[in-house]
Design a protein around this ligand. Structure first.
Ligand code: NGQ
Ligand code: ZN
Length: 457
């Protein structure tokens, strides 16, 4: 269904300059905002049933990991860490078929829409079958991700991931990593193959290098010299202290320091996590123009550490949010945890508010909207002409929302209610969630149940 040119009428909407009443959003027939009028009448417009805010981009996802969310919470015999979790995660991966990947991603993407995201950057490294056996079509699993995004109706920025080694210095990959591997030529061929497929699917294409552990400097340089996606470039960096130590031992420099010194990092780049930085690295990342890709729920779950968000914002750094391993799938939980990490560290409140009198929720939402757009290759964002009509309609009948004014609406949603505040979600002007439901819920749930049953057997 393509939306035809029409008008949405919002009793209240969050525009780039702030809240406005009686807002008419005129859409073109592509679902892009053509014009916005405030103080309008409803005449001929479709009335949205609550305060309207822009939907966010989710800048970091490994869709398949949603299948194991909540299933890695039994203590092991030794000390549980990021690395023991990773071993369990590799075990799950080894049993997944392309059908499973598509079913999990479709379910996840519907959950993300219901959580307030309208687009996802899929950091996709599960390219081959168990043991590393290639599929007949090397793009098989990517095509499943494209199909899942179409089923859900979520915007997709697809990021095929280059992965070749287990550690710094080009160390040989482990057995559990075989489904992820490429050489440089194979990876560039995958990107070429995916350019027309993503375009035909209405998706965007970028690329990722898994981490400084997984690629040598020469491999990274060769990829950057030859790739022609024009899209965002993502990389995991400095998530764990062990990575910092290994990078120092290998190069004499810390991961973020090395990345900024050796690679042409600019606004096209997104540094995922960047948890462990010195103040100098924090300042340098902020001034590089790159986006920091923060995934607070996963970072808490995996025991990563706390991103220096107050300092980074002080240096004018850009950030967005992602749900990564998907222990959470919504905007509110990620933004709330981001702020709470800073509060727990500093033993103070309102850490990320833009200044006296500013709402924390509003500051976080504005920042993550901008960073999410940059990291997903979205030129125009927010409720303004030229931007896609990617909208969240909060539940105007919810007493907490109905009685809040202005930015307090956002603070109710983000700090007190979470996803139950969300009533409808539109992507490109099209309703994908209505009154909390998605049109494909039944089919998506059935396929997902089948996959979970099989994986649990
Ligand atoms: C991943 N996930 O690639 O899925 C990583 C873990 C690694 C997170 N960092 C694996 N959350 O970094 O080696
Ligand atoms: Zn990740």
């Amino acid at each position: 269904m393509t939306p035809s040119a029409r008008t949405l009428f919002c009793p209240m909407a969050l525009l780039p300059g702030g809240w406005a009443s009686d807002v008419a959003i005129r859409l073109d027939d592509e679902g892009v905002i053509a014009r916005i009028e405030t103080g309008a009448t409803q005449a001929g417009g479709e009335r949205l049933a609550g305060p309207v805010v822009p939907a966010l981009a989710n800048l970091h996802s490994h869709a398949f990991q949603r299948a194991m969310a909540g299933l890695a919470e039994t203590a092991g015999s030794g000390e549980d860490s990021f690395w023991t979790w990773r071993t369990e995660m590799y075990r799950t991966v080894g049993r997944m078929t392309p059908d499973d990947i598509e079913a999990i991603a479709a379910k996840l993407y519907v959950e993300m829409l219901k959580g307030g995201f309208s687009r996802v950057a899929e950091f996709h490294y599960l390219h081959h079958a168990a043991g590393g056996t290639p599929y007949a079509d090397p793009a098989e699993t990517s095509l499943r991700i494209l199909a899942a995004a179409r089923t859900a109706g979520i915007g997709l920025t697809h990021l095929p991931v280059f992965y070749a080694h287990s550690d710094f210095g080009g160390a040989a990959p482990g057995d559990g990593q075989r489904p992820f591997l490429h050489d440089v030529d194979g990876f560039l061929a995958l990107l070429e193959r995916l350019a027309p497929a993503t375009a035909a699917s209405g998706a965007r294409l970028g690329l990722a290098v898994h981490s400084l552990r997984a690629a040598t400097p020469d491999e990274m340089r060769a990829i950057l010299a030859h790739e022609r996606t024009g899209g965002p470039i993502h990389i995991h960096v400095a998530e764990q202290e062990r990575e910092v130590e290994a990078c120092l031992a290998w190069s004499g420099r810390r991961p973020v320091e090395w990345l900024l010194g050796e690679m042409p990092v600019d606004a096209r780049w997104c540094a995922i996590h960047a948890t462990h930085m010195t103040p100098a690295e924090t300042e340098a990342l902020a001034s590089s123009g790159a986006t920091a890709g923060l995934c607070p729920a996963t970072e808490a779950n995996l025991g990563d550490g706390i991103f220096p968000a107050t300092d980074y914002r002080g240096f004018g750094g850009r950030f967005g949010i992602g749900t990564d391993s998907h222990v959470a799938t919504d905007v509110a939980e990620e933004l709330r945890l981001l702020e709470y990490g800073q509060r727990l560290r500093d033993r103070r409140r309102s850490r990320l508010a833009s200044g006296p009198g500013a709402s924390v929720g509003r500051t976080l939402l504005d920042a993550a909207l901008e960073g999410g757009a940059a990291a997903t290759g979205t030129a125009a964002f927010g409720l303004r002409p030229g931007a896609p009509a990617d909208l969240v309609v909060l539940d105007g009948a919810n007493p907490y929302i109905a009685t809040a004014k202005g930015d307090a609406i956002l603070d109710r949603w983000l700090f007190a209610l979470g996803r139950e505040s969300i009533r409808d979600v539109l992507v490109g002007g099209r309703f994908v969630v209505r009154e909390g439901r998605h049109a494909a819920d039944a089919a998506v749930d059935a396929a997902f149940l089948k996959t979970l049953r099989r994986l649990a057997a």
